[in-house]
Structure formats: structure tokens, C-alpha cells
Ligand binder design. Structure first.
Ligand code: NI
Length: 143
């Protein structure tokens, strides 16, 4: 198999943007990106993920929820919802934050509409104080 070099994996092009955009881009770079190119690649990846979440193909999402485990029946309800959507759950991390509050981080895979339905059911359970999905990216490889 032919080895692919970095030069063969990327293309160079020039773009025209207003100076304010360049100022903003350079502020992003100063926050931690290694270069303008990496900042632009990351912005494009975010846009790709956003667009994929509007489509029909499988995507990956990370759901973070915070809930009060002393609310009667809450853990059974949360578990029941996750069992209904069993095929879309890759992994679940549970953290006991305080004497009453728990945090769960659930990695989901599936069609955006199905993930959104499951998330709506989970965050709608009484006792869930916070719930948000990080729309990471689609299943297909991102460059
Ligand atoms: Ni807990």
C-alpha cells in the first residue's frame, strides 16, 4: 500500500474574508489552535456535524444529564427509557456528585431524529435538572 504523505492529504487555497473575520480567526488561534488552518478545519468539522444532525444518517451524540437520585422512581424511569432505545447507547458513565445529585454521560449512536426523541424522554423525567446533547459528528470519518 502506498504511503500517503501530509502534502497529499491536504490542498492549499486562498480565501478572501473581511479583516474583522481574520481578527476573530486569530483570536481563536490564540486560544489554543496550532494554526489558522487548524482553526478553520475545526470550524468546518463543526459545520459538517451540524449538517449531519439535520440528515438521516447515523450520528454520534454525548448526552450529559444531572439529576436528583432521591426523587422517587427516577433511576428506574431513566433506565427504562435507555432500555427502550438500547441499540443507540454505546456507553454510560455514572458519577455520584453530591449526596443527592448524580451525573450521567451517555454516548449515543443513531439517526438524529431517534436520538432527539430519546433525549426528550430522558430530560423530561421528573427530577432531571439538566440535560444537553453534544452533537459530536457523524459516524462516517471526518477528515
Ligand atoms: Ni449516583
Amino acid at each position: 500500500m502506498k504511503k500517503v504523505t501530509l502534502k497529499e492529504k491536504v490542498v492549499r487555497f486562498s480565501i478572501s474574508i473581511p479583516p474583522e473575520f481574520l481578527t476573530y480567526l486569530d483570536k481563536l488561534v490564540k486560544k489554543g489552535y496550532s494554526s489558522r488552518s487548524e482553526a478553520i478545519r475545526d470550524l468546518i468539522r463543526a459545520k459538517i456535524a451540524e449538517e449531519e444532525w439535520k440528515g438521516e444518517k447515523e450520528v454520534i451524540g454525548i448526552l450529559t444529564i444531572l439529576y436528583d437520585h432521591t426523587v422517587k422512581g427516577i433511576e428506574k424511569k431513566l433506565t427504562d427509557v435507555q432500555h427502550v432505545f438500547l441499540l443507540k447507547i454505546h456507553s454510560c458513565l455514572h458519577i455520584h456528585l453530591t449526596k443527592t445529585d448524580c451525573m450521567e454521560i451517555i454516548i449515543l449512536r443513531g439517526k438524529p431524529v431517534d436520538i432527539e426523541k430519546m433525549v426528550a424522554k430522558i430530560v423530561g423525567v421528573k427530577g432531571v435538572k439538566y440535560g444537553k446533547v453534544l452533537k459530536v459528528a457523524g459516524v462516517e470519518r471526518l477528515p
